[in-house]
Ligand binder design. Structure first.
Ligand code: SAH
Length: 380
């Protein structure tokens, strides 16, 4: 692939198109802002605390359940501060119901998805931060349709609350449970929607009633490597895990797999990652999708090993999830094994991501992609 033809002209979108804003929601606001908003409605400020406790503690947005609020205020408070933001369009489950993917429609018709994965020792929800994505990585289904818009803070938080609600209700096999981990690995580039994502992380990690009370250590933000945003994130005082989607150790190949590399090179991205690790004391996760005969050669494992040796990092290898219309596929098992062994010889911790949810296009923007294809097929 590389070498014999110049890289395609890069179509990258760093700023989101201007669009109508989603309705304001309690989860967009800090506790102080909620009190102000409630006061503007002519209600006593402590109603904001009650409303927040319903939403983040009891995970409800239904006025009937808010019996501690005066009947006359309930509907007004709920319609002003808890508007519905996400409508389920489709739900798919596999792994005996412990992996569940939801395609959501937003107020303006934009589609996003989230995936809930329950394991014996933890429950992870993978959330979207944008509708579509502007980063145009050629192996990723989300990238193919471009960026529709940024999600609001509350649209991000609502994905987690919806997952927490179905777990608390016992809808996921294994009995009632809680969310322990949130990964920003659904649709979108979280560092291109910086303010909303950081506010969402604050809401997720603040204790009830301000937020959902999830540990920051259970949160992972995955990025293509927007260097200024990584530097800024290091200064937020939020000990979240940073995941860098590297996918190639050399600029020549990474320029084609992760086109933003033409702006911030491998060395710059890794410098920002090591700075992040130094400031936060958190081990950085290096994401590497293994693509057959593209980036899975042993010499590339060596190059990667030399880049990461001695660093506070681990490598998460992801067998490529083939996307419709792409010739690329996952590495052969023996090449994958050789890649792992070679990396480990540098003392680098390596995990191979399980391919949970593959039957339901679980990993990578593929349900929304499938929906687009279905509609195209319907139109034909
Ligand atoms: N934009 C962010 C987060 C979204 S994707 C980022 O790029 O990090 C989460 C991870 O899934 C990224 O590492 C991404 O490169 C990877 N990914 C996307 N499509 C994939 C595919 N078809 N197979 C395997 N991994 C994929």
């Amino acid at each position: 692939m590389p070498g014999n033809r110049p890289p395609a002209p890069v179509r990258l979108t760093l700023t989101a198109p201007r669009r109508a804003k989603p309705p304001r929601h309690l989860a967009d606001l800090t506790m102080a802002e909620r009190r102000d908003a409630v006061a503007e409605l002519g209600e006593r400020p402590f109603r904001a605390d009650q409303l927040s406790r319903h939403y983040f503690g009891r995970l409800t947005a239904s006025p009937e359940q808010m019996t501690d609020l005066p009947g006359g205020s309930r509907d007004r408070l709920v319609s002003a501060l808890l508007p519905p933001l996400l409508t389920p369009v489709r739900e798919l489950a596999c792994d005996g119901g412990t992996t569940r993917k939801t395609l959501w429609r937003l107020f303006d018709g934009a589609l996003v998805e989230s995936v809930l994965m329950r394991y014996p020792d933890r429950t992870t929800i993978c959330v979207s931060s944008q509708a579509g994505c502007g980063m145009n990585c050629p192996f990723c289904a989300t990238g193919q349709a471009g960026l529709t818009r940024n999600l609001s803070t509350a649209e991000i938080v609502e994905q987690v609350v919806a997952g927490a609600r179905s777990l608390a209700k016992g809808e996921v096999p294994g009995g009632p449970g809680r969310i322990s981990n949130v990964v920003f690995m659904g649709m979108g580039e979280p560092m291109a929607n910086y303010k909303a994502v950081v506010a969402a992380i604050r809401r997720l990690t603040s204790p009830v009633p301000e937020g959902l009370g999830i540990s920051a250590r259970g949160i992972t933000v995955s990025t293509v490597g927007l260097v200024p945003a990584i530097e800024r994130l290091a200064q937020e005082g939020l000990p979240v895990t940073l995941a860098v989607s590297l996918h190639a150790p050399d600029d020549e190949l990474r320029d084609t797999l992760v086109p933003i590399n033409t702006r911030w090179k491998v060395a710059e991205v890794l410098d920002a990652a090591w700075n992040y690790a130094a400031v936060t004391k958190r081990r950085v996760s290096i994401e590497y999708a293994l693509i057959r005969d593209i980036n899975d050669q042993e010499w590339r494992a060596d190059l990667l090993g030399r880049l990461l040796q001695g660093r506070l990092a681990h490598v998460n290898l992801i067998p490529l999830n083939p996307t419709p219309g792409s010739p690329w596929t996952a590495s052969r098992p023996r090449d994958e094994r050789a890649f792992v062994r070679r990396l480990e010889s540098y003392g680098i911790p390596v995990t191979v991501r399980d391919t949970r949810g593959r039957e339901i296009d679980g990993a990578c923007g593929q349900l929304a992609a499938r929906d687009r294809e279905d509609r195209k097929a319907g139109a034909r």
